[in-house]
Design a protein around this ligand. Sequence first.
Ligand code: HEC
Ligand code: HEC
Length: 468
Amino acid sequence: MNVHSKSGSRRWFTTAVLLRTALIGGVISAFGMILVGSRPASATQSADGSSSWFGNGGGDNSDREIREHARKMMNEGRKVFRHDTFGDEAFWGDTLRLHQALAGKANGGVGPGVSPATALAVGLKVDVALPEKLVKQLEKGEVDLNDPATTLALLKLDSVVGVTGSFDSGNRLVSMGIQCALCHSTVDDSFAPGIGRRLDGWPNRDLNVGAIVGLAPDLTYFSNLLGVDDATVRTVLNSWGPGKFDAALALDGKAFRPDGSSAATLIPPAFGLAGVNLHTSTGWGGVSHWNAFVANLEMHGKGTFYDPRLDDSAKFPVAAANGFGNVRSEEDLITSKLAALHFYQLAIPAPEPPRGSFDRERAKRGQDLFNGKADCARCHVPPLFTEPGWNMHTPAEIGIDDFQAMRSPDERYRTTPLKGLWAHQKGGFYHDGRFPALIDVVDHYDGFLGLSLSPSEKADLVEYLKSL
Ligand code: HEC
Ligand code: HEC
């Protein structure tokens, strides 16, 4: 993305608009002069006498400028979300050498390689926007889904959602990078399971991030960072399971909860975020704070990141020791993209539930419960379904343990915005998926808040949650 030419073209656009305004204004004034045979009205006064050609009277022009800006930001942001690696090939390729494991020995890499069948099995998704010929071949079953070379062909077409391969002139995979879309997009399975049109913002709850990273031939980076051996790193990665990732591991080195289960958290949706103040399950910051955090510290792109809360060596020993609270890269490939990325994310709506996916009668009754007797709307304030303001609660207020909260600066849990819940039922609910189904969430509140809901009322509440 070339920032200079972009602002240059905007300047040109603005100049053109102003010129046009002046011309039209001039014509109207001259016309007025002929009609009334008087001097043209002052340039600073428009028809309603209130403003100038270039000031408020240019309302139309400024609307147009804003619309044009919005359109550009959308397009740029979408590109960043789907395709930008922020230069993280230096990590995923050069450091971990993950591309070699993808390619396999037969294609210049190491090991057996990753066939499309294996890639789909660990939850990677394929964008069906493929050349027509290939789609035909796929339809006829003429494409070998068990051959890693096919994976490389798909990578070359930039069709593996959230993963980009770099190829040399001899078609050899020489590096790879990842994007936001890897975890926060999926596909609609319109062609086959795992192959379809992109659904940006939907969490990929099939994606086994740990298993994918664990394919890397060289995990020395993590061994050094966490001060453990290679086998331990691989055990930790394999403990995450599908739909989960542990963003705090690289900060505090805690891989397991006190009960011995994995400390990883669910990949949340990245839709329906507009109007929501704090983000992530523990409210680290706004969307743009977290975007910069992830791009720098988790994806290992090249950029700038500042958050001195990470210098707290008692809470974040790994982050403090490695200076993660103040990252300055020689080349910054992230900062210039944050505005458009933010804009695009806020534009992604929560998806509407499909027709017939919930019982309307029950949902109506559930809504009354939600806003009344069940006390849900106290925190999940409609229509945002989180609190306008500082949307954070102590673990005691929602009746759960404080393990994950204590791994964050404010030591609280953020009220989850509930729109589009139906679209991410796989993997469970609450930050770590501890409640397998919505009825389990309702049961939890029923007991904890002493709601005394009848089984039928609980069912009503669940139908309402599915309707959001
Ligand atoms: C490896 C998987 C992965 C990648 C890649 C990833 N994220 Fe996330 N993202 C997560 C997980 C897991 C969380 C939840 C963290 C938590 O709650 O503690 C999260 C949380 C978020 C949230 C907060 C959502 C909410 O409900 O408040 C936003 C926004 C977000 N990510 C945006 C991005 C953007 C933008 C990128 C690319 C720059 C990105 N993520 C890359 C896994 C990922
Ligand atoms: C005191 C504030 C508060 C009240 C009252 C409350 N919630 Fe929540 N809710 C939260 C917080 C905070 C979370 C995040 C918990 C976590 O991620 O561990 C949450 C999470 C949820 C989730 C999980 C969303 C997801 O994507 O995993 C559901 C569903 C939910 N609440 C429904 C309800 C219902 C139904 C009620 C009423 C019976 C209710 N809540 C009452 C604060 C509240």
